[in-house]
Ligand binder design. Structure first.
Ligand code: HEC
Ligand code: HEC
Length: 467
């Protein structure tokens, strides 16, 4: 292992000769330390330069057990997981990615969470070897001391993916650090992000309501009511698009949406930036985390990094899958069978219980002016009334249901689905399988019971102290 580390360093040193500045990454990419690892945290994470000035943190709340390794340089105590190849790589200059030997070895299949970076959803789906195609993401900077950083580093954050979830996709250009997540958390709870200081992200995606909201459609500033139900932020990090109609690609892209939405937060992006920039502590935090003042891009990055800590797994279903026969009740086991055999799983595909595709289930299509859904994004008629398949994790805790919040209870929502959707000229034929399965009322009950087994563990956190 040590040998490997050394040889990597050699490569790096050689690369230096060509590229000047091994330990001196370019600004933006400079902050790409360990963050990408998804494996069970190990001690190997080596924050570089700066000590985590641990901002007023209830950090543990977000990720219960994982204390951040403070200043352990490099290969401190490789525990069993540390045996994973990527996890071991020293992190020379990110600029030299390509010069880095890709991990030749396949990650040693630590069944539930492989250590590969999984920056892409695709690779996230494949816990096995493909990792090697990804340019290594390496946790440790082997030479923290000497390294002159062009941009602030921060303390790499070890993502702990709960049992049953695939590796977390983390964008290359937004690595997770303790400080960034803490900043994102503040912004998430800060009502000053809205025009009149009345609404924060947490107003509509409330940690106490499973990070959603128990009203059919959300009330934004000045009590204005929107037309769509606020989806939970839980596991949104895995979605291949954001919003019911998928109009944003990433969490980063999504985060600015509500700010400027006239009936959500009603601000302008410039206005929001200005007001945050006028708060000295925010100015300081942005400087520390990003090396910039408050910018829309970095506002979005911080919030997105925080949202990536909001995961739910380790549910009875996951424990059942992991071999605990008793994790599900008999009714739940029957429900699981119906779920798999009558086509629910085609769209609500495990382990995330969504394929993130778009379908017309006929919900709200009899309204005078139906929500055109996906069509607004693609412009295609065939996408009329299509909405992204919602994940069903924590679904028992996120009533009401559907894009318009029109189903008050899980029973109601399941009934609509079990019927193969509601007839309308645009109903997706993919619902036919379910319709043909002729799910009985008894089976519907079992389905509901099964869905309750998708409630697991997710962070329940208190609002942080705001600047
Ligand atoms: C006034 C209520 C409201 C506020 C405030 C609000 N949201 Fe939302 N959020 C919604 C609604 C409603 C949707 C669905 C809108 C749609 O699909 O068109 C949504 C969608 C989302 C999604 C997409 C989830 C998914 O599964 O597609 C994310 C992520 C999200 N919001 C995060 C945030 C963040 C971060 C903030 C603060 C910057 C925020 N929201 C502020 C109501 C709100
Ligand atoms: C063809 C794809 C497809 C199939 C098959 C399917 N669903 Fe859905 N499901 C969707 C879509 C799309 C929505 C959102 C519809 C909307 O809001 O307009 C949804 C919504 C739901 C919801 C509400 C979730 C929420 O957070 O609002 C539940 C519960 C649900 N489905 C359960 C099931 C069950 C149980 C089955 C099998 C009987 C099933 N679905 C089959 C696509 C599908």
């Amino acid at each position: 292992m040590l040998q490997k580390t050394l040889s990597r360093w050699l490569v790096c040193l050689v690369a230096v000769a060509f590229l000047t500045g091994c330990p001196k990454p370019a600004t933006e990419r400079g902050q790409k330390p360990a963050a990408h690892t998804t494996g069970p945290a190990t001690a190997e994470a080596a924050p570089s330069a700066t000590q985590p000035a641990a901002p007023s943190t209830t950090e543990q709340a977000a990720q219960p057990s994982e204390a951040q390794p403070a200043e352990q340089p490099s290969q401190a105590a490789p525990s069993e997981e540390a045996a994973k190849p990527e996890a071991q790589q020293p992190a020379p200059a990110p600029t030299q990615q390509e010069a880095m030997p890709a991990p030749e070895t396949t990650p040693p299949a630590a069944e539930s969470q492989p250590a590969q970076p999984a920056a892409q959803q695709e690779s996230a789906e494949k816990p096995k070897g493909e990792a090697s195609s990804q340019p290594a993401e390496k946790p440790a900077d082997p030479q923290p001391a000497g390294a002159q950083r062009a941009a602030p580093q921060g303390t790499p954050y070890e993502v702990k993916v709960p049992l049953g979830l695939p590796p977390l996709p983390i964008p290359e250009d937004n690595p997770m650090t303790v400080e960034k997540i803490e900043l994102g958390k503040m912004l998430y709870f800060d009502k000053r992000v809205s025009a009149d200081g009345s609404v924060s992200c947490a107003t509509c995606h409330d940690p106490n309501m499973a990070w959603a909201e128990h009203t059919p459609t959300s009330k934004g500033i000045h009590g204005q009511v929107g037309t769509r139900n606020a989806p939970t932020v839980i596991n949104a990090a895995y979605a291949t698009s954001q919003f019911w109609d998928g109009r944003a690609k990433t969490l980063e892209e999504q985060a600015l949406g509500p700010v400027a939405n006239p009936i959500e937060m009603g601000h302008t992006i410039e206005g929001m930036v200005q007001s945050l920039d006028g708060i000295p502590q925010y100015k300081e935090l942005f400087q520390k985390v990003f090396g910039t003042g408050v910018t829309p891009e970095n506002f979005a990055k911080a919030i997105a990094a925080f949202e990536r800590t909001v995961l739910s797994g380790n549910s009875p279903y996951d424990r059942y899958r992991a071999g605990d026969e008793n994790a599900l009740t008999e009714a739940q086991k029957r429900g699981l069978k119906v779920f798999e055999e009558s086509g629910c799983a085609d769209c609500h595909t495990p382990p995330l219980f969504s394929s993130y595709e778009f379908y017309n289930a006929g919900v709200g299509m009899n309204k005078e002016k139906p929500d055109e859904g996906r069509k607004a994004v693609t412009g295609k008629d065939e996408d009329f009334g299509k909405f992204r398949v919602p994940s069903l994790r924590e679904v028992a805790n996120t009533a009401p249901y559907f894009h318009d919040g029109s189903a008050a209870t899980l029973e109601e929502a399941v009934a609509v689905m079990a019927a193969g959707g509601i007839d309308n000229p645009h109903r997706s034929e993919e619902f036919d399988t379910v319709r043909e399965a002729k799910i009985t009322p008894e089976q519907q009950k079992d389905l509901v019971e099964f869905l309750k087994a998708l409630s697991g563990e997710y962070p329940k956190i208190e609002p942080p102290q705001l600047p």
